[in-house]
Design a protein around this ligand. Sequence first.
Ligand code: AP5
Length: 222
Amino acid sequence: SASEPLKVMISGAPASGKGTQCELIVKKFRLVHVSTGDLLRAEVAAGTDIGNKAKAFMNAGQLVPDEIVTAMVTARLALEDVKQRGWLLDGYPRSYAQAQSLEEQNIRPDVYIVLDVPDEILIDRCVGRRLDPTTGKIYHIKNFPPENDEIKARLITRPDDTEEKVKSRLEIYKKNAESISATYSSITKKIDGSRSKDEVFIEIDSILTQLQNNKQKGTNLV
Ligand code: AP5
């Protein structure tokens, strides 16, 4: 269709399920997934300048300085695929300054999805999380174990997924959440992220489908 593609922001505490839901959203809606965590981990793995600057902050469970992350996101959102397919921004903005820098560039989402999950569940999800470095897929030792022994053997644990670092990441998230959500209050959809991944996706799917239909009709109401 000739209508503009969807622009979606997904937010929530560490391990609230952003990456997991983004896999499902991308499969159905074909948006370009821009995850600052994934982009930064790729920079670290490749040993780039950005990666070398970011690594110590990430491993300590702290935020990487705004200017590094903002430059990276701005560059990614300027690429052609984003204009064609729309975007799904995951893990950004994470501070008031980051939200302001998007506003200044007139980059606004159609909807701001917040995954709401209680602290006890978050810690369990982080500590049990495993990543497949080959496919980028996210697993959990109890909730989503790997399909076979070959995958199981290559799974890795993130250095920032210890209980102690998760608690510090959670504190930072809570400290910043309010100042960011104020920017998007009129387009916010808060979702109970403590349910199964399929139940959470059904709700997100219905929000995005309705939004897409409205855009095609020329109205733009969340
Ligand atoms: P980032 O990668 O963004 O980490 P995060 O926000 O802490 O989020 P996570 O990746 O931990 O969790 P998630 O919500 O994606 O959950 P997932 O789907 O994996 O950032 C990492 C670091 O990079 C930051 O600490 C910072 O240093 C830096 N950084 C990134 N962005 C930045 C920015 N904008 N500014 C500055 N610094 C920045 O799920 C978690 C687990 O739970 C998995 O094991 C999964 O299988 C399981 N699970 C998921 N959903 C369910 C469900 N419904 N039921 C049961 N289990 C589930």
